[in-house]
Design a protein around this ligand. Structure first.
Ligand SMILES: NC(=O)c1ccc[n+]([C@@H]2O[C@H](COP(=O)([O-])OP(=O)(O)OC[C@H]3O[C@@H](n4cnc5c(N)ncnc54)[C@H](OP(=O)(O)O)[C@@H]3O)[C@@H](O)[C@H]2O)c1
Length: 301
């Protein structure tokens, strides 16, 4: 049975593909030559496709019974101009719509569709402990996540089991937040953000990869799943743990106005307090490889 992965060239996608035991993996990319170089023999086939330009069309004669949907314009690179925000939204919402329209047009929808979403869907819930039943926010990122999940959920009408992983801050080597933070911390210039009291909900990339595999293979899993480690930490603790792991001090707090100058609107979300817990995953038996931050960071650095 064939598996299709979108965003397979990305930080999470590469690790998932590397860890996957599937016999036939098709990877979608806007740049198939670069994708083949990056993914090598780990994938059976690379399908060239721009998700925002046209409906997905798979290779003739291949039925993708499992689909993992990880594509999306980076939210952490570049200022959030109107054009950037359109790309952030279109690459997820329109991209997922075009993917699903293509899968439906093939006449045989997949039996399972695991899509990325993000904990940004909850906005800034402060001190509240947030499981999958918590109210959703209306800010830009939260609205994009809601529309993204709605597109994915269209497949449930066609008998597909749909799982939306609300992913937290992914920690791992080769990408994500740590890749940006590590050089600063190694220079001893790291520091908490603002008061440092805000909660951060993180997950090791091997657990995101593990949760995707678990969701694909477990027929009882469906709907939204918080993809975060069971032990979120305050930003000050995150900062201390990372500084300790690289044997450097971290006493320069980063003020919000400076980050806003660099990142624009995205900087606001760095100050959100998100104490998200993976209730559904724990209730349904997912076993975390990295439940605690210190071990996750030690592995990464
Ligand atoms: N990393 C995190 O901390 C985190 C947290 C929450 C949610 N997520 C979500 O999880 C998914 C995977 O994350 P990631 O960190 O692996 O992302 P990533 O490294 O940025 O990779 C995303 C992939 O999406 C494709 N892509 C990028 N821009 C695109 C565009 N404008 N239009 C269409 N496709 C585009 C790219 O594939 P090609 O260039 O090959 O086409 C890229 O490899 C994303 O949807 C992300 O929003 C990640």
């Amino acid at each position: 049975m064939a598996l299709l992965v979108t965003g397979g060239t990305g930080f999470v996608g590469r690790r998932f593909i590397e860890n996957s035991n599937e016999n036939y993996i098709g990877a979608v990319s806007r740049n198939p030559i670069k994708a083949r170089q990056r993914l090598g023999d780990a994938v059976t086939e690379v399908v060239g496709w721009d998700p925002t330009a046209s409906q997905f069309q798979g290779p003739a004669g291949v039925h993708f019974d499992k689909v993992v949907n990880l594509m999306g314009e980076s939210i952490a690179e570049g200022r959030w101009t109107a054009a950037k925000k359109k790309l952030i939204r279109d690459s997820r919402v329109l991209g997922t719509r075009n993917l699903i329209d293509g899968l439906l047009a093939s006449g045989k929808p997949p039996s399972v569709f695991v899509s990325a979403s993000a904990i940004g869907i909850y906005g800034d819930p402060g001190e509240a402990i947030v499981d999958e039943t918590h109210a959703l926010d209306e800010n830009f990122a939260a609205s994009v996540c809601q529309e993204w999940e709605e597109e994915a959920n269209r497949l449930t009408d066609h008998g597909t089991r749909v799982v939306c992983l609300r992913i937290g801050i992914v920690l791992g080597d080769g990408g994500g937040a740590i890749e940006k933070m590590l050089p600063v911390f190694k220079l001893g210039l790291g520091g908490k953000l603002g008061s440092g009291k805000q909660w951060m909900s993180w997950a090791h990339v091997d657990d995101i990869s593990g949760m995707i595999t678990w969701a694909l293979g477990n027929p009882d899993v469906s709907g939204p799943i918080n993809a975060t480690a069971p032990n979120p930490v305050r930003n000050a603790e995150f900062t201390r743990t990372l500084a300790r792991a690289v044997n450097r001090p971290a006493f320069l707090p980063a003020p919000k106005f400076a980050l806003r100058m660099v990142f624009g609107e995205f900087a606001n979300s760095l100050f959100f307090s998100q104490r998200i817990v993976p209730k559904v995953a724990l209730d349904q038996g997912y076993e975390f490889k990295y439940p605690n931050l210190a071990e996750a960071i030690a592995d990464v650095v």
